[in-house]
Design a protein around this ligand. Structure first.
Ligand SMILES: [Zn+2]
Length: 283
């Protein structure tokens, strides 16, 4: 399972004044934009080429009946399409197996507390929803696409069904050997920086907003510098390599500035870790 962002909530949706849109209304609009961007990336980037016509599914948390406290921003996991198929069929059109990610729209709705203007509130929700969705779609495209077409055994389906709400409430980061596991800024972070550049250039967002690489990545969760700093360090690389498939970026050495930034982050993390694990000197 692949994690994603996890943010504290600030305000209960029940407290929103009536002039602000409902969660259902916001989600419908944001979902449309996120699917448009995700399908654009899939059509360009998914390999083998025959997979590019696969459907993409984004399941918002509000579609999933759950009594549990939702805390995770979004997730991507192999076989999510199988797990959520009944929910997809109820809320959307099932078009066969394909990459599937979740976005916790409920948490986002509460996170983006109203700041006096309903238009800005709606825009903040869309921006956050699309950012979380793109992070997860990047995982679906780059970390797990080969699982999409695997056969799923009845045992696996049984396990998935018994954990239907679990994807929204657990985040298995604590046991990772490094906080940036699967989110190494020089590989996955780099993909997100390039992806943001390609989406922004595509015109798909209708000038509503630009995708901000920093919004696609949690520096707190992954224990490294903000992705904005990496975007600066990568310089004009997203423009220079914009015709290279994202999955092939690793063929090119990252700029020295980016390599150095990550080396500094790793050194800082190692110093912090040894300070925490150091046993007190015997008196
Ligand atoms: Zn992630």
């Amino acid at each position: 399972m692949i994690d994603s962002t996890n943010e504290p909530t600030q305000m209960k949706s029940s407290e929103l004044p009536p002039e602000f849109g409902t969660l259902e209304d916001y989600t419908r609009q944001a979902l449309r934009i996120a699917l448009r961007c995700g399908e654009f990336l899939m059509r360009r980037e998914l390999n083998p080429v025959s997979w590019r016509s696969l459907p993409l599914y984004i399941v918002p948390a509000s579609w999933v009946p759950s009594e549990e406290n939702l805390s995770v921003g979004g997730l991507c996991c192999a076989h999510f399409d199988v797990l959520f198929r009944p929910i997809i069929e109820k809320n959307s059109i099932w078009r066969g197996r394909g990459p599937c990610v979740t976005v916790n729209d409920k948490a986002i709705y509460e996170l983006v507390a109203p700041r006096g203007n309903p238009v800005l509130h709606r825009a903040s929700f869309k921006r956050k929803f699309v950012s979380v969705a793109l992070h997860e779609i990047a995982h679906a495209i780059f970390n797990a696409p080969f699982r999409v077409v695997d056969d799923v055994s009845p045992e696996t389906i049984e396990i998935l069904e018994s954990r239907q709400a679990a994807p929204f409430v657990s985040i298995p980061l604590r046991d990772n050997p490094t906080p940036w596991l699967q989110h190494d800024p020089l590989t996955f972070g780099r993909v997100l920086i390039h992806l943001a550049h390609r989406i922004n250039e595509s015109g798909l967002l209708d000038l509503e907003f630009d995708v901000d690489p920093s919004a696609l990545y949690s520096k707190t969760l992954y224990g490294v510098s903000p992705l904005y700093d990496y975007a600066v360090a990568f310089g004009d690389e997203p423009e220079r390599l914009k015709k290279i498939p994202l999955s092939l970026l690793g063929v090119f050495d990252p700029p020295d500035a980016a390599t150095k930034l990550f080396a500094d982050d790793v050194a800082r993390w190692e110093a912090r870790r040894s300070a925490i694990t150091e046993t007190p000197a015997q008196q």
